[in-house]
Design a protein around this ligand. Sequence first.
Ligand code: SF4
Ligand code: SF4
Length: 88
Amino acid sequence: MQGRIMSLKITNECIACDACREECPNYAIEENDPVYKIDPDACTECYGFYDEPSCVSVCPVDAIEPDHDNVETIAELKFKFEQLSSEE
Ligand code: SF4
Ligand code: SF4
């Protein structure tokens, strides 16, 4: 869990390959123009699912990086995960 202090964002390097959207366990990634977009309210940095953000590992052009405007603590990520889980 170390190092997880921010949600993630997609940069202009994105080539809209769709790989990350299918990998996101929270359905937090959507198509957008010109680059895909991560909903910070739905991204838990994969907390509760994987040890590392799965979108980052599948992006072929390294277009997903920490969002310094959305700094979050582990406790906040956990809370968000629990909220999203209870909605299902
Ligand atoms: Fe989805 Fe995980 Fe990427 Fe957040 S880090 S957008 S939850 S795949
Ligand atoms: Fe864009 Fe990378 Fe996601 Fe592909 S995997 S849609 S290049 S952010």
